[in-house]
Design a protein around this ligand. Structure first.
Ligand SMILES: Nc1ncnc2c1ncn2[C@@H]1O[C@H](COP(=O)(O)OP(=O)(O)OP(=O)(O)O)[C@@H](O)[C@H]1O
Length: 448
């Protein structure tokens, strides 16, 4: 029916099953590469999983293109909703909501690990939140492996996304001689660590310090000596994050894999915290919100009017704050719609060109360039600015186009919702951390 998204390995379409029963909507993922063996693994693991937070496998097969190339496909439960990080921008997130989301993801991982599987690419962009009921799904099992998994017919690249890679995985890379060709064996603790990184970003809007040994500032992360410091607690970056949530995220990010706890233990601890935390767990988690300016489709004539509304918001009107939240979500929907058209622009129509010639993996970088957004020429309102000598407060931040930016060590394809491309690299704008509570909470909440 329409294209829903596209990743490194496949394109996902909204589809309708045409079997004997009632027509049923589903998500159809079609491999970009003929005979991609990852699809076999994804089908095998999804087939073993029966969990409310994992899309159900509905069918699979091979589609032969008119050129005679066999492209595997799989059909799964459709999740209508944004990715986890987009969801956090659309709804006013509270600690309790975040705890519930994280608990559901930990439970999904528990189910994966129980069948001897490892997801290997846990991250917020692989989590979808169904708009109708905020039910959370862990998706994209294309990098996964499991007990008895079929052997890949070619040497696989290291799966996962670098910002989410565990210290032990990085240690393996640095300490292993280049002549060894047995790859790192990821385990459940790697998934838990990646969940911790996703949670950290959700709560602080930053990644924890990188574990990448190529990054000079990251030494403490893969050094397990007494000097190892690990991540700064989320609470230190966002004082609205309750201690319990901060502690659980820090635990998931422990340098020692055994200290992280299993997905089951974390699921229990997160559920318990969601149940037992008092009213503070229902306060808004973020005082600040990144303005999704770059993706708004706002007619020029509306702009003065919107500016006036922004001013009213700054004066702290609760009613207008509420209106604005709704308005933000509508703008984002408008952007999503526009963006989908942009993504479809080179596929002409689902029925012909897109289906007859799935995109080649080699073509993908240009697609990411199209989908990724260039860095704006001026800083966002509220974004940190360099000082008079042109420096940003932290060594890890760079001054570009009048604002302070964090260079993200992620491939361009992961330069997602909150990030911008500049000279072939991905950057996230830096905003000041929220100020601790002052005497006038109404002004604080309204006047982001
Ligand atoms: N069950 C689903 N329901 C709705 N949309 C989905 C579903 N699964 C995936 N999508 C959409 O399709 C996009 C691509 O899917 P997916 O991440 O599985 O592809 P991939 O090629 O394996 O990606 P990656 O490059 O991360 O490995 C997702 O970002 C999401 O927007």
């Amino acid at each position: 029916m329409e294209q829903l998204g596209r990743g490194a390995h496949g394109t996902v379409y909204r589809a309708v099953s045409m079997g004997s029963g009632e027509p049923c909507p589903c998500a159809l993922k079609l491999s970009a590469t003929p005979q991609d063996p990852r699809f076999q693994r994804e089908v095998e693991l999804l087939g073993l999983l029966h969990h409310p937070s994992v899309p159900r496998l509905l069918g699979h097969g091979t589609w032969v293109s008119p050129e005679g190339r066999p492209h595997p496909y799989l059909a799964m439960e459709l999740v209508d909703g944004p990715s986890l990080y987009s969801w956090a921008r659309l709804v006013p997130s509270t600690p309790r909501r975040v705890l519930r989301v994280l608990a559901a993801l930990a439970r999904a991982l528990e189910a994966v690990h129980a069948v001897g599987g490892v997801h290997r690419d846990v991250k917020g962009t692989n989590v979808l939140v169904r708009s109708a009921d905020e039910h959370v799904f862990l998706t994209d099992f294309g990098s996964s492996t499991h007990r008895g998994a079929s052997r890949l017919t070619w040497r696989e690249p290291p799966p996962g996304t670098s910002a989410y890679r565990s210290p032990e995985a990085w240690r393996f890379v640095t300490e292993t001689s280049p002549s060894r060709d047995d790859p790192y064996t990821a385990g459940p603790a790697d998934d838990v660590f990646a969940l911790g990184v996703s949670a950290y970003r959700l709560v602080t809007e930053q990644y924890p310090a990188s574990c990448d040994p190529r990054d000079a500032a990251s030494r403490c992360w893969y050094d397990t000596s007494d000097k190892a410091t690990g991540a700064r607690p989320p609470h230190a970056l966002n004082p609205r994050c309750p201690d319990e949530l901060s502690r659980l995220i820090t635990r998931m990010l422990s340098l020692q894999p055994a200290a992280r706890g299993s997905a089951r233990e974390l699921g229990e601890a997160l559920e318990q915290a969601a149940r037992e935390l008092g009213p503070k767990a229902d306060a808004q988690l973020h005082l600040w919100k990144l303005p999704p300016v770059r993706r708004r489709v706002v007619p020029l004539t509306w702009r003065p009017w919107l500016a006036a509304v922004g001013l009213c918001c700054a004066l702290g009107s609760g009613a207008i704050w509420r209106w604005r939240t709704v308005s933000d979500s509508k703008s984002l929907e408008a952007w999503t719609e526009a963006n989908q058209h942009m993504g479809d622009a080179d596929t002409v129509a689902v029925g012909d060109s897109a289906m007859t010639s799935p995109v080649s993996a080699l073509d993908l970088p240009s697609i990411w360039m199209t989908l990724a957004t260039d860095m704006p020429t001026t800083p966002f309102p509220g974004q940190l600015r360099p000082d008079s000598s042109g420096r940003c407060p932290r060594r890890s931040q760079v001054a570009l186009r009048g604002g302070c930016w964090l260079k993200l060590d992620v491939p361009l394809k992961d330069c997602d919702d909150d990030s911008y491309v500049y000279k072939g690299a991905c950057y996230s704008p830096v905003f000041p951390p929220p100020r601790p509570a002052t005497s006038n909470p109404a002004t604080r909440d309204g006047g982001f």
